[in-house]
Design a binder for this molecule. Structure first.
Ligand code: GTQ
Length: 347
């Protein structure tokens, strides 16, 4: 775009006369409106699991899951305090459920994902099917699906929630509702969705669009993901920018597992280092296993298991693994792709 339009007293007076008429001169704002490339308002940030965990457990002493509805500490980007945003477009939070508790059934137009971090025995019921969540599992709550969480183990369970809330808010399409009763009745056997849709097989007489554009698989178990990544790393050689990365796919059409949030997992072997790349999507990363560092622009952040890192849109990123790493990531990429905004650049 061209240079600033200079401000004279006469012009200034004219602009002020426009304001009460709810008019504004485009030429005074055009440069800011159309910068040559994106400049994210979000900043790179890492939440250390070691330091957040005690605060989450403290919340567990202060209130029950039922009282809270969802006992979650929102991971707020320093640029968005009070706005429940981890990146400019995505929400992330750490949720705690204690043995015997229930997070009551509700539903909303925001889509949610869970990335399980710690503990045994927690489950979520989604649209009549229960799934037990084990560390490293990626679990989906499709938009408008009833969901409630419970816990039959004897230790605290903690997972990362990822939601498209800021996006749904932007479109002013938030709806939500409470269930008549604490938890929904289970109508399908555990593992049914994974059996029907998650083994390279599909039902002969159902097209699999149970949840519209969301994958009919709602738990992608870590055991399978990890095994695939380890085999792929051995078999194919790692990409210089991506390491060994596989995305979670909707088996019905091969697209992303969720209509508004892209998800993938990266495996880096000890000592592996990726070359800088950047893309238009803002990313939230959760460390499933391993330690290392991520460079985002000029910021270097170390990471350890279960740490969560916000990577702002269009910032150069590269990773260095000091031990074997498995890094779960989610972003708004799928929306960029659908709308024709997605770009990436590799050094
Ligand atoms: O578990 O349903 O972190 O509704 C935020 C909103 C979790 C949930 C969040 C939610 C949930």
């Amino acid at each position: 775009m061209h240079g600033e339009v200079s401000l004279t007293p006469e012009r200034q007076a004219f602009y002020e006369s426009l304001t009460p008429a709810n008019l504004a001169p485009l030429w005074a704002v055009l440069k800011g409106m159309m910068p040559p490339e994106p400049k994210s308002k979000a900043v790179p940030f890492r939440w250390s699991y070691e330091s957040v965990r005690p605060m989450l457990l403290k919340a567990g002493e202060l209130l029950t899951a039922e009282e809270a509805e969802r006992r979650v500490l929102v991971l707020e980007n320093p640029s968005f305090q009070g706005m429940s945003r981890t990146t400019s477009t995505l929400y992330a939070g750490l949720q705690l459920i204690l043995p015997g508790e229930t997070a009551p059934a509700h539903r909303h137009t925001a889509s949610a994902l869970r990335f399980m971090i710690e503990g045994e025995g927690a489950f979520t019921n989604v649209d009549g099917e229960r799934t037990t969540m084990r560390p490293g599992d990626f679990v989906i709550t499709p938009n408008w699906a009833w969901h409630d969480h419970g816990h039959e183990g004897d230790q605290p369970c903690i997972w990362l929630d990822g939601l498209d809330v800021p996006i749904v808010q932007f479109f002013e399409t938030i709806f939500s509702g409470g269930y008549d009763g604490k938890s929904q009745s289970v109508t399908r056997a555990e593992g049914d969705s994974l059996a029907r849709f998650g083994s390279g097989l599909l039902p002969l007489d159902e097209d699999g669009r149970r949840y519209g554009a969301t994958s009919p698989i709602f738990n992608y178990p870590f055991e399978r993901t990890r095994e695939a990544l380890v085999a792929a790393a051995k078999g194919g050689g790692s990409d210089p920018h991506l390491g060994t990365t596989l995305r979670y796919a909707n088996p019905v059409d091969g697209g992303w597992a969720m209509p508004t949030i892209s998800t993938w997992m990266t495996h880096l072997q000890k000592g592996e280092q990726t070359k800088p790349m950047r893309s238009t999507d803002g990313i939230v990363m959760c460390v499933a296993e391993g330690t290392g560092e991520v460079k985002i622009g000029e910021t270097v952040l170390t990471f350890a298991p279960h740490d969560v890192v916000a990577i702002p849109a269009w910032s150069w990123r590269s990773f260095k693994a000091s031990s074997d790493c498995f890094l779960f990531c989610f972003s708004d990429r799928v929306i960029h792709e659908k709308l024709g905004f997605f770009r990436e650049e590799r050094s």
